[in-house]
Design a protein around this ligand. Structure first.
Ligand code: FES
Ligand SMILES: [Fe+2]
Length: 370
């Protein structure tokens, strides 16, 4: 797809505000890394026999793929004398440290050491839960380091691959790497319950991808937000939009879309149904690289009979609208006691839901959102 740099160069010029020291903003937010599943990279970035170094969530990690196709995710720095395992080689199911050639299995256990018959069971490094889901390599992260270091610890929930991708009702149609955005992860969820920003920020029809506003063509939004009654890690933001030109609403343009949160926003999907054609599903993912820095990527699937141009139009429209929020996110603080009025959306309800992803502080954060 197009590069984000090119899109921003060709798109409308945006106002830039003076940068505020990031710690000023950071101090207002909840902790930067809530528990959840996060996308490390695309599946095809780590082929069998390859390793990849990743720095995110306050950790330095190495993901590797064994020749069998199995993935391993370990702390990058060797527990022996600190070499970076990402510079090593994949050997069978193990990754070999480039320094003294210790071999580590995907569960972190040291399998072999040159000139040592049987390495002690106590020799191991930290292994993380890793999965593949619809073309993404995903890791489970918990801010509880004791839990994260316990190999028997199971993630609080699992990601669900899209059934329709499996059975061919949806096919891969593209991906876009939007680079890093200077925002806290919670802002994406905050945005979904901030019903009063849709008019001022997303109320104009735009040229897809580029983001120029189309004069005289407005978009009206009706939004709702609900947490899943049975799977507490899931929540849904539904938006019904209709085009209005010169004060006249065009009912035939009415379309509804649902954004599903699978946890705090590492993984979300945007699903739009086109009558008589089928669905387009966009993975909109965030990887917290630093406390106020999210790596944002999009990857989308569509019913095979939807023309590619139409898919690109819908995706480009979503991304152009998403980009409208960036200047706000990159320059704002978090109000733990916001001055809300009656027609604001369910901000506190969402914050109580979000608090579950801070297991050690859930009660404190929930109390602040009462
Ligand atoms: S530093 Fe890794 S084996 Fe020695
Ligand atoms: Fe928004």
């Amino acid at each position: 797809m197009f590069s984000e740099r090119l899109l921003r160069r060709l798109g409308p010029k945006r106002r830039t505000l003076p940068m505020v020291a990031e710690h000023v903003r950071l101090d207002t937010y909840p902790p930067p890394y809530p528990a959840g599943w996060y996308p490390l990279c695309a599946s095809d970035e780590v082929e069998p026999g390859q390793t990849k170094f990743i720095q995110a969530l306050g950790e330095q990690l190495v993901v590797y793929r064994a020749n069998s196709g199995r993935l391993g995710l370990l702390d990058a720095y060797c527990p022996h004398l600190g070499s970076n395992l990402a510079g090593g080689r994949v050997r069978g199911e193990c990754i070999e440290c480039p320094f003294h050639r210790w071999n580590f299995a995907a569960d972190g256990q040291v399998q072999s050491i040159p000139n040592v018959d049987t390495p002690a069971r106590s020799l191991k490094t930290r292994a993380w839960s890793v999965r593949e889901i619809d073309g993404h390599i995903a890791m489970w992260f918990s801010p509880d380091r004791a839990k994260a270091a316990d190999a028997s610890y199971q993630p609080d929930y699992e990601l669900e691959p899209l059934e329709e991708v499996d059975d061919g009702r949806l096919v891969f149609r593209g991906q876009h790497d939007a680079g890093t955005i200077r925002m806290h992860l919670c802002e994406f969820a905050e945005n979904s319950v901030d019903f009063q920003h849709f008019g001022p920020i997303h109320g104009k029809m735009m040229v897809p991808w580029l983001g120029f506003k189309i004069p005289g063509v407005n978009v009206q939004h009706v939004a709702s937000w609900e947490a899943d009654a049975e799977q507490s890690h899931k929540a849904y933001f539904c938006n019904e939009a209709v085009i209005e030109i010169a004060g006249r609403v065009l009912p035939k343009t009415r379309a509804s879309a649902t954004i599903t949160f699978y946890g705090p926003a590492g993984f979300t999907t945007f699903r739009i149904t086109l009558p008589e054609l089928g669905d387009i599903v966009i993975y909109h993912t965030h990887l917290p690289v630093e406390p106020l820095l999210q790596h944002v990527r999009f990857r989308w699937y569509a019913a095979p009979n939807i023309p590619r141009l139409l898919v690109s139009y819908v995706v480009g429209n979503w991304i152009a609208q998403w980009r409208e929020d960036i200047a706000i996110w990159e320059n704002k603080v978090y109000r733990s006691k916001p001055m809300l009025i009656a027609n604001d959306g369910p901000v506190h309800k969402m914050r109580r839901w979000f608090a579950q992803f801070y297991p050690a502080q859930t009660d404190v954060i929930r109390a602040a959102a009462e």
